[in-house]
Write a protein that binds this ligand. Structure first.
Ligand SMILES: [Ca+2]
Ligand SMILES: [Ca+2]
Length: 179
């Protein structure tokens, strides 16, 4: 019995070590390009933080704004092809817009239209447009990147719930020194 317990303890310790050894996505992002990472994070703190620093809510606001921006750009491109303004983009409308566009844009239009027309009936309706917007929003800031941004709050060294620039710089310095 004692032996079994000892084996279990060893196993748990072993697993904990594996977990510790695995570098977090945040550490990886910081180590990859410390200067650029610091720059971006300082901008984030300045732009979305309050007087005491960047809180989790500020990070969520940033993520939502980035995604909304990407979503709006994608929707705008589609709406600009809705020549008769009925909320649906048809193949004929696509063709007119492609004629007016340069070669590179033509290809992109074709690809984006095909991707958005999920039931492949040759038109992008309101529901498909909405779905295409959601996809573009997620692509604008994907879950991996959002995870790294959300993890920034773990660098809050003094535990006041907000990340200050000095805490960020100390964390980046620690990670890049360890390489
Ligand atoms: Ca239309
Ligand atoms: Ca369709």
């Amino acid at each position: 019995m004692v032996r079994l317990a000892a084996v279990l303890v060893m196993l748990v310790l072993g697993l904990a070590q594996v977990a510790l050894a695995e570098e977090s996505a945040l550490d990886k992002a910081m180590r990859k390009n410390p200067d650029r990472f610091s720059e971006r994070a300082i901008d984030l703190i300045a732009g979305f933080g309050g007087p005491d620093g960047l809180r989790a809510e500020g990070i969520e606001e940033h993520i939502a704004l980035e995604r909304a921006g990407a979503r709006a750009s994608a929707l705008r491109r589609f709406l600009a092809m809705d020549l008769d303004g009925d909320g649906v983009v048809g193949k004929a409308e696509l063709a007119v817009c492609q004629r007016a566009a340069n070669a590179k844009t033509r290809g992109r239009m074709e690809r984006q239209f095909a991707a958005a027309d999920s039931n492949a009936d040759g038109q992008v309706d309101a529901a498909e447009l909405n779905a295409a917007g959601q996809v573009a929003g997620q692509l604008g800031l994907d879950e991996a990147e959002a995870g790294v941004l959300r993890a920034l709050i773990t660098l809050d060294a003094n535990g006041d719930g907000a990340l200050q620039a000095n805490e960020l710089l100390a964390a980046v310095a620690r990670v890049s020194d360890g390489s």
